[in-house]
Design a protein around this ligand. Structure first.
Ligand code: MG
Length: 218
């Protein structure tokens, strides 16, 4: 069992499903040669893929190209089924920092065949995740600076202002497909600048006012 914590309130949630958006920042969609979607593109990571700050990403032997994607993580605190965008924010317990680790070579092979991405996105250690801050500590989730450095060199530096689909609309859309339960997490997509990490690298991810992660790769 994996746990999501909000240290400021002492709350702990058993992590349920992790619903992720792809292509939610136009510049990142362009850098991978993808169209910008009208509706959110969704996939999931299993809770077993979560690792905490200070832990290590282990690149599976079946991949030669593992990428980082820094993302704002939204922790669901109360059940949401087909909620409206207006109702959605009441379901948010907190915000955290995630890295959506992606085996880009494997994902590209699967995409080319029209196959699901699970083995490229859901392997053990594919979801480094920070502790959460309470939702009340983040007055505007669309005014946050997201940064990721590899070995001290800044690689991603974006703003959540550039999300195509915003948090209330995302929760409304997702909750119409998958009932959201306390402990579920939504990863809201990554800004531009994604790239490869190799064994021995150290990633440092930070979202202003939300938290940070230090994650080694092997
Ligand atoms: Mg992503």
């Amino acid at each position: 069992m994996k746990t999501a914590r909000i240290p400021a309130t002492g709350q702990e949630f058993t992590i349920g499903k992790i619903v992720c958006l792809a292509r939610n920042y136009a510049e990142h969609a362009r850098e991978l040669g993808n169209e910008t979607p009208a509706a959110p593109v969704l996939f999931m990571k299993p809770a077993s893929s979560v690792i905490a700050d200070g832990e290590t990403v282990r690149i599976p032997a079946y991949s030669q190209e593992c990428h980082y994607e820094v993302e704002l993580a939204v922790l669901i605190g109360s059940r949401a089924q087909a909620v409206s965008a207006e109702e959605a924010m009441a379901c948010v317990a907190g915000y955290g920092v995630a890295i959506d680790m992606t085996l880009r070579d494997v994902q590209n092979q699967l995409k080319a065949k029209g196959l699901p991405w699970d083995v490229a996105k859901g392997f053990d250690s594919a979801c480094p995740l920070s502790d959460f801050v309470p939702a009340t500590a983040v007055p505007d989730p669309h005014n946050l600076n997201l940064r990721l450095a590899v070995n001290g060199e800044l690689r991603q530096n974006g703003s959540s202002a550039d999300m195509i689909h915003r948090v209330p609309g995302i929760i409304s859309h997702v909750s119409g497909i998958f009932t959201l339960e306390p402990g579920d997490i939504i990863l809201t997509g990554t800004p531009a600048g994604v790239g490869q990490v190799l064994a021995g690298d150290v990633m440092a991810a930070e979202i202003s006012g939300v938290g940070n992660l230090r994650i080694a790769v092997r």
